[in-house]
Design a protein around this ligand. Sequence first.
Ligand code: VGL
Ligand code: ZN
Length: 199
Amino acid sequence: MADKALIVIDVQNDFCPGGALAVDGGDEIVPLVNHLISSHDHVVLTQDWHPAGHASFASQHPGREPFETIEVDYGPQTLWPDHCVQGSKGAEFHPDLEWTRAELVIRKGFRPEIDSYSAFFENDHTTPTGLGGYLNERGIAEVVLAGLATDYCVGFSALDAVKCGFKVSVVMPACRAIDLNGSLAAMTDTMRAAGVHLL
Ligand code: VGL
Ligand code: ZN
């Protein structure tokens, strides 16, 4: 049987209460995520990892506020508060996350001009992170996703995983959403329609 990997998306301080882009209840998932980590043979973590002054930060766009959407070369881009700056406390994993068994940490969003929600491709939908190749080369055909946020990084990772040919499930109780203008319901529908198994 082909192997299966758990992919833990962005369980970082800035996405937890008190963080720069706090997701409601973001820290509540940590015990369940830890349980998933201990029950999977292969574990991959992602880490949102932006240089200071990243193009997705509203602070770089005079007159714009966080959570507004603008048009950039690759399409619409939501602007965020400064978050997950490389090397900052906010970019570290939640202190209770049991990450030591992770076989790979994939960092994303490090190119100054492109955001990257998905663990597989940046927001231009063409620049690969390398994760698809890594999993293929290791004979992993199935991925299970958990983490933050359901409607952005988890959702786009799940959709790209389907496009890359993986069997994909999302453990919904081990995720929390940002939920901007109905984005959680929209992403849930899109994931279901794409063939993602929502657990
Ligand atoms: C995320 C917005 C900006 C996420 C990352 O992890 O869902 N969302 N950067
Ligand atoms: Zn980000």
